[in-house]
Design a protein around this ligand. Structure first.
Ligand code: HEC
Length: 145
């Protein structure tokens, strides 16, 4: 009789342990969602100068530095100075997308450039770094070609 009670309580604790283990879905929920969390930051602070060639007030606007941030493939392609190093999946410290945000205002490569917009907040920089460290996954988002 005593044996049975012990067996039962072991089975019960295994069941509890299994139900407490995070499912892979729960882990995904902890990851940064590019479209929901990162894209709005880029839209607000970077798109003005880093999007597809277009016309504005009768003037042709080309992407600055040859860098477009309005499409997943373009973000990975990078610009003229740092092709393939705009976003290096897994390596936030090697990714110019976020490096430029951390440069001091006075640096020529600080983004957005001095006087052309507010610096990105430390929280948002940390978020973008987390997204890169987690593998720079765009999910279903493709953006512009
Ligand atoms: C007002 C216009 C403007 C805004 C806004 C702006 N940039 Fe730039 N960006 C530039 C210019 C101009 C260059 C080229 C600078 C150079 O090569 O000296 C550049 C170049 C870059 C480069 C280097 C590309 C390469 O490989 O040559 C990166 C990375 C970059 N910007 C990221 C950003 C990010 C991220 C944001 C938003 C936080 C941003 N920029 C906002 C004007 C802008």
């Amino acid at each position: 009789m005593k044996r049975n009670i012990i067996a039962c309580s072991i089975a019960a604790s295994i069941a509890v342990a299994v139900s407490l283990a995070p499912s892979s879905q729960a882990q995904d929920a902890g990851k940064v969602d590019f479209e929901k969390q990162v894209l709005p930051i880029l839209k607000e602070s970077c798109f003005k100068c880093h999007q597809k060639e277009h016309e504005e007030d009768g003037k042709v606007k080309k992407p600055k530095g040859g860098l477009r941030l309005d499409g997943a493939a373009m973000i990975l392609k990078g610009g003229k100075e740092y092709p393939d190093e705009n976003v290096v999946a897994g390596k936030a410290d090697a990714s110019w997308l976020v490096k430029t945000m951390e440069l001091p205002d006075t640096d020529d490569m600080a983004m957005p450039p001095e006087g052309k917009g507010d610096r990105i907040s430390a929280d948002n920089i940390a978020l973008i770094k987390k997204w890169i460290t987690e593998g720079a996954n765009f999910g279903a988002w493709k953006g512009e070609e």
